[in-house]
Design a protein around this ligand. Sequence first.
Ligand SMILES: [Zn+2]
Length: 302
Amino acid sequence: MQIILVSSRFSLAKSVDVNMRHIVAALGVFLLAVLCGSSALSWLAVHLRLPMVQAQIEAMQTREMQDKEAKAKSNLQALAARVGELQARMVQLDGLGQHLSSRTGLEPPARGPENANEGGPFVPMPLDEKKLTEEIDALSQRIETQAERFNNMESLLRAAMVRRAFLPTTMPVAGPSRLGSPFGIRNDPFGRGMALHEGLDFVAPYGAPVLAAAGGVVVNASYHHEFGNLVEINHGGELITRYAHMSAIKVTVGMTVRRGQQVGELGSTGRSTGPHLHFEVRKNGSPLNPSDFLASSSLARR
Ligand SMILES: [Zn+2]
């Protein structure tokens, strides 16, 4: 191959002969230069470790580590705060349990290991994941126990409510009335000396509605030579109420009545000196003072 060089410096064009050996030699020199250059750079990178790059990497690693630590600490702090809130809530629940049990007379819920009456300065707990986990476990256990106690209490309350629903606590006379004879020993109104009055007498206008003092089943609705027109209602648990001297009976035996339902009209039938309702509460055949049941109604307080 012949290369012709033309330049302004040359007055004549120069020609250079380039043969195969020249090309091979030039390629060889080029490859050698590339090899030497890359080897030198590798050696610099590996053995000198380029101090600036190394410092940057270390700084990055340190920052990353600090970020991780800060995040973990903030998570622990949040967890500790939440545990504190839960503990405070548990103390409130303990208080509620005590209040409920004192109001209902039911079994008090179990107290937590710590007393609710406590105080002292606040010393932050050292943030320790293990301790926090233990606290959470203890709290969970306490919550389970409390929940169980509250469930038991709810069942007892429901049972008490059902019992109460069938207690004769509703005033048996509708409209205005006054208490005639109280429960207990009194002079017989027919002049036969001292006698036991087994109920309450409510004086009200003739024909005033007589009401069931609680829900139940009518077990007697008939005329009695002493009680006159008499209705008896069974409220379960051997508890019976009696409504006597009525002018009319509005129910029949076997009928289910609800609280406050009319069972008859006030009158003066049987052994009576004037219009009034003789009202009895009996348990297992024995008379009880109806005032004890009607305590929440208006007339019983008169
Ligand atoms: Zn009476």
